[in-house]
Design a protein around this ligand. Structure first.
Ligand code: MG
Ligand code: MG
Length: 255
């Protein structure tokens, strides 16, 4: 069931989204050569704790997972696409890091992700992050009342194709509100003019994940969580929680 939020509920989601943005900013600031992924998780936990927010990631157990998720952020490095578990791995110069974070505040949830380089970037990795950012922006720009879900999906898919990047078809965005994952699914590929009509009050997490090798397939690590590009090319993941409003898309996960 697709839930339509009131303005007051979207304002509450904005506060949860602000906590997410602050956690991502703190993690990005702390991410440096030699810092471990587990230490980055501690940084995010401190921001959530300080804000009185709970983590919708911690203990999350979706159908595909063998174990509850053990952290408040996903840390996906280089060829890892999404769902990477923070381990003792220490960041190396040039690592491409994708961080995904959620927060629940006063019963409402925000979800966002950023990708960035630690240390000295490779030009191709910067281009990949730019492409993922562009795909997210294109998806958000299409998230206007009266458009259909397929308009969002096709905008994301077109941006990825223009950059020569792959997109794993099994994963995409989602409705969000009291729970992190609500209806509807937000595919990263689709046909313009098809699907659900977007109405004011609909809150969506839009999250393209671009694979630099141009292929769409992925493999799952033995941990049952981490998805990697099948060809071990680099991956970047960008996400915002947004709301459809009469004035256009409202991004709820800005600082
Ligand atoms: Mg997320
Ligand atoms: Mg999400």
């Amino acid at each position: 069931m697709v839930e339509i939020k009131t303005d007051g509920e979207l304002d509450a989601m904005r506060e949860a989204g602000r906590v997410v943005a602050n956690a991502l900013a703190a993690v990005r600031k702390a991410a440096a050569v030699g810092v471990s992924l587990r230490e980055l998780d501690q940084v995010a936990r401190a921001v959530l704790d300080e804000a009185g927010a709970a983590s919708p990631f911690l203990g999350y157990l979706p159908r595909f997972a063998p174990t509850p998720f053990p952290a408040v952020i996903c840390t996906s490095v280089n060829d890892a696409i999404v769902h990477g578990i923070p381990t003792g791995y220490r960041l190396r110069d040039g690592d491409l890091v994708s961080i995904d974070c959620g927060a629940t505040l006063d019963g409402w949830t925000g979800d966002a992700a950023v990708s960035f380089i630690v240390g000295m970037p490779r030009p191709a990795d910067l281009a990949l992050i730019d492409a993922a950012t562009g795909a997210l922006e294109a998806g958000i720009a299409a998230a206007v009342a009266g458009n259909r879900m397929g308009d969002v999906s096709s905008a994301i898919g077109a941006a990825a194709a223009a950059a020569g990047c792959g997109l794993p078809a099994d994963f995409g965005g989602h409705g969000i509100g009291r729970r992190m994952h609500e209806d509807p699914h937000v595919p990263n590929r689709g046909r313009a003019g098809r699907g659900l009509v977007l109405r004011p009050g609909l809150a969506l997490a839009i999250e393209p994940m671009l694979l630099s090798g141009g292929r769409d397939d992925y493999v799952t690590d033995p941990d049952g969580w981490t998805l990697r590009t099948a060809d071990h090319s680099q991956a970047a993941h960008m996400e915002h929680t947004i709301a459809i409003t009469p004035a256009g898309p409202r991004i709820l996960t800005l600082p």
